[in-house]
Design a protein around this ligand. Structure first.
Ligand SMILES: [Zn+2]
Length: 178
């Protein structure tokens, strides 16, 4: 899977960067940019490029208090174990397929084979595609990401909740290319 999207590469600032001032969507500071300014800023990341990225989510700037707070997060060893198990599921899945080791590499034929969804899921996906105006490529990407979410969940079948999560990871489509 490709890396999560970060729009801060250009100027090195962290957190959400959806406008010139950098505070659009920030809960602690006010953004004074105009809608056209924001649109222009985001348009630099073109639709086709966004299409090629598996996951993009908006990450609000973390407040200092939250940064210091001891929240119950998983330690990285636990996460690592889960990721390794998901990778093992994937290599088992693609035994016999040449040069394919991971969900991200599935061609359309294998997507159809391994990413079967229920009628309910089908409806949800169709809805999302229409609402967000997604391309066929984005459609396939959602299914592949959903398959990986199911693998991390140690679920043999691709369930509607996995699909729903994958759809949520297309926030830039939803916000700017709907
Ligand atoms: Zn701004």
């Amino acid at each position: 899977m490709r890396q999560a999207f970060s729009s801060s590469a250009r100027d090195g600032r962290k957190a959400t960067q959806e406008c010139p001032c950098g505070f659009f969507g920030d809960s602690t500071r006010e953004c004074h940019c105009s809608p056209p300014q924001i649109q222009r800023y985001v348009s630099k990341i073109s639709g086709p490029l966004i299409d090629r990225i598996d996951i993009h989510i908006e990450v609000p700037a973390v407040k200092y208090k939250e940064l210091r707070g001891a929240s119950a997060i998983e330690d990285s060893a636990t996460v690592r174990e889960r990721v390794l198990r998901a990778r093992m599921r994937q290599s088992a899945r693609f035994t016999g397929e040449k040069k394919i080791f991971a969900n991200a590499q599935m061609p359309p034929k294998l997507i159809r084979k391994f990413c079967a969804i229920s009628d309910e899921g089908e409806k949800m996906l169709e809805n999302a595609i229409t609402r967000m105006g997604l391309s066929a490529r984005a459609h396939d990407r959602i299914l592949k990401v959903a398959r990986t979410i199911a693998d991390l969940d140690e679920s043999a079948s691709l369930q509607t909740r996995h699909l729903g999560e994958a759809i949520q990871y297309r926030t830039l489509d939803r916000t700017y290319w709907a």
